[in-house]
Write a protein that binds this ligand. Structure first.
Ligand code: 13P
Length: 177
């Protein structure tokens, strides 16, 4: 039988890192064998905790840059490249983040790609204990944005603009003439 490997993003704001480590250690048996992408500090702490809990297990963890230093954006880029199917992002609801725009961008892209994602621990508990998490036949639906990407095809926008520019240039007196 084919081994089920889920591609999972793990991120936690500083105020939630303890929660994230606890959650990962608590669920470490369920998480075994899957592939992980983490922002820098979260990932380093998780790797350390998993090594301590299961010294003989090799974990597949890709550690990106720290969130505020571009890690959230790297995670978003992995999502749109189809490399991440689940995102467990423990956000701190009580602390303003200097990289708030990056956080928003990351959660938005999770929605764009219809990945399974949550921003708090109790939802993470429900996702990880869902039968679908372990069901090899469950794959999220990937939205088809082809028509959006092609929305300017077969429209005369470019030729109209070029023609207009040419007309305007034809009537303009150039400096020095
Ligand atoms: O800030 C973060 C997510 O927005 C997390 O980044 P770190 O894991 O590097 O602390």
């Amino acid at each position: 039988m084919k081994k089920l490997v889920r591609k999972i993003g793990l991120v936690a704001h500083d105020g939630m890192k303890k929660d994230m480590i606890e959650w990962v250690v608590w669920n470490s048996k369920l998480l075994m064998g899957h592939k992980f992408y983490c922002t820098g500090t979260t990932g380093t702490l998780i790797r350390e905790a998993l090594k301590e809990k299961h010294p003989d297990i090799e974990w597949d963890i890709t550690i990106l840059k720290s969130g505020p230093l571009g890690g959230d954006q790297q995670m978003g880029s992995r999502i749109v490249d189809g490399e991440i199917d689940y995102l467990f992002f423990f956000t701190d609801p009580m602390t303003l983040q200097p990289h708030d725009t990056d956080v928003k961008a990351l959660t938005r892209l999770a929605g764009v790609e219809n990945i399974v994602f949550c921003c708090n621990r109790s939802t993470a508990d429900h996702i990880i204990s869902s039968p679908l998490f372990m069901d090899p036949d469950y794959h999220r639906t990937r939205p088809d944005y082809t028509s959006y990407a092609k929305r300017f095809e077969n429209k005369p926008l470019v030729s109209e603009v070029v023609e207009n520019v040419e007309k305007k240039m034809g009537t303009r007196t150039l400096i020095g003439e």
